[in-house]
Design a protein around this ligand. Structure first.
Ligand SMILES: [Zn+2]
Length: 433
């Protein structure tokens, strides 16, 4: 049976900012037809496009999903002090805490129109089991460090075994990255080893780079090099690299970024909350560097809402540079969809509404005060970037299956998740006393 979204406004994100009107037909996991002359076939499940707009599902290209267990903890601190406060709590999370934290985050993301996310966290098997329930797509990257706990080798070996033995990829929705946390939490030899394993499996290397000024100063003091030249010197940047943050870089380092085709996950709200700095968007834009938007984890943001990130990213660049033309509505939407898909090296699969792509689609209800008045040629585009809210998300399709209908998750028992997360959080904080 096919799924048909009938007569809807849609923005395919394939290069033109013009909204189109037509229907979208899906069979199995993929979009098989899109346009204005599609006649429903006998037995098609039809979703009405009346008063709605379809976009490619949002792609959150850097997250620590199960950190939702620690949402609201460690407020008002810069990164290093924040990590020092959060890490002991993370170490005390149980497998069940990771599972319910991941499921809560996946539920929050799906309900906000996010169809794919890149995770970097501990016990990624918990995220996998949560994915089995929620139906979201994800790039799972077990967080790897060897400076903090000295267990880096065991963690790497366990992660590689888990990846190599994975039998069920949930219809292609699960892919992997190797995720060494950062230069300050991983030694040089360890970074080299992890990068070599990633290259040999053609996996992205997902890490934090140049998030704070202090990271640069400490790296320079310890290694004689700034962060990016140091990683380049180690040979870590030669494969597929997904770098979160990339804030404090100089001209030479922007060039390394371009030459090495480093893909960037920009997390504006997290950067603002931890007072890390302002992302140098124009430097990357003029070099054609691939950039996607991301929320970062729910303990440093504190929600998982790409519509908010889009707006924040755009407004932040305008006020920081004095140039109101930067990150126009289409560019902001691109960073939340096609750009973020490319940042995950998944742009041949997701990120646009095109025949042959995986059917990951977010449908917004336009019957909201903030979408009026509008016209389809231009003002709706700016309403999507600057007015849309996650509460407008009506239907979400992942891999050709409806996962959110009438703003409710189809496969997740939402009431049970709220109950379980409360219970587990209460027990967790009792143990911490
Ligand atoms: Zn992060």
């Amino acid at each position: 049976m096919a799924l048909l979204i009938k007569d809807i406004l849609y923005l395919p994100m394939t290069g033109s900012p013009e909204l189109k009107r037509g229907s979208i037909r899906m069979e199995g996991q993929r979009i098989v037809a899109i346009g204005d002359h599609i006649i429903p076939a006998w037995g098609d499940e039809i979703i009405s496009g009346h008063d709605k707009c379809a976009l490619p599902g949002f792609v959150n290209c850097h997250c620590h999903a199960a950190m939702s267990m620690l949402r609201g903890y460690g407020e008002a601190l810069p990164l290093r002090e924040w990590l020092a406060k959060v890490q002991p709590a993370e170490n005390a999370l149980t497998a069940e805490d990771f599972f319910w934290g991941a499921l809560l985050a996946q539920m929050e993301m799906l309900k906000a129109g996010i169809t794919c996310y890149a995770d970097m966290y501990f016990d990624e098997s918990a995220a996998y089991w949560a994915m089995e329930e929620s139906g979201i797509r994800a790039v799972l990257g077990e967080g790897l460090t060897d400076n903090i706990d000295g267990k880096g080798e065991i963690a790497l070996k366990t992660t590689l075994q888990w990846i190599d033995n994975m039998k069920n990829d949930l219809e292609g929705k699960v892919t992997f990255a190797l995720a060494p946390h950062a230069v300050y939490s991983c030694s040089g030899p360890y970074l080299k080893e992890v990068a070599a394993e990633a290259r040999s499996r053609d996996l992205p290397l997902h890490l934090h780079i140049a998030e704070t000024k202090r990271e640069q100063e400490n790296c320079l003091a310890a290694t004689g090099k700034r962060v990016l030249p140091y990683l380049d010197h180690l040979g870590v940047l030669t494969g597929k690299v997904l770098a979160a943050h990339m804030i404090h870089l100089n001209e030479e380092e922007f060039e390394i970024t371009r030459e090495r085709d480093i893909r960037i996950a920009h997390c504006p709200q997290s950067n603002m909350k931890l007072a890390s700095g302002i992302f140098p968007y124009p430097a990357y834009q003029k070099r054609g560097v691939v950039m996607g938007l991301a929320t970062d984890g729910p303990a440093s943001n504190n929600d998982l809402d790409m519509l908010e990130e889009m707006r924040t990213a755009s407004l932040l660049q305008k006020v920081a540079t004095g140039d109101p033309t930067l990150l126009n509505p289409y560019d902001a939407l691109h960073m939340a969809t096609a750009g973020a898909a490319a940042a995950l090296f998944l742009d041949d699969q997701i990120g646009t509404l095109e025949v042959g792509k995986k059917a990951d689609i977010t449908i917004l209800s336009l019957k909201r005060p903030h979408f009026y008045p509008r016209n389809e040629k231009n003002s709706l585009l700016s309403h999507l970037a600057f007015c849309a809210k996650s509460g407008d998300v009506h239907t979400v399709i992942v891999n050709g299956k409806v996962r959110v209908r009438d703003s409710q998750c189809v496969d997740i028992d939402e009431g049970r998740v709220y109950h379980e997360i409360q219970q587990h959080a209460e027990e967790f904080w009792r143990r911490q006393r």
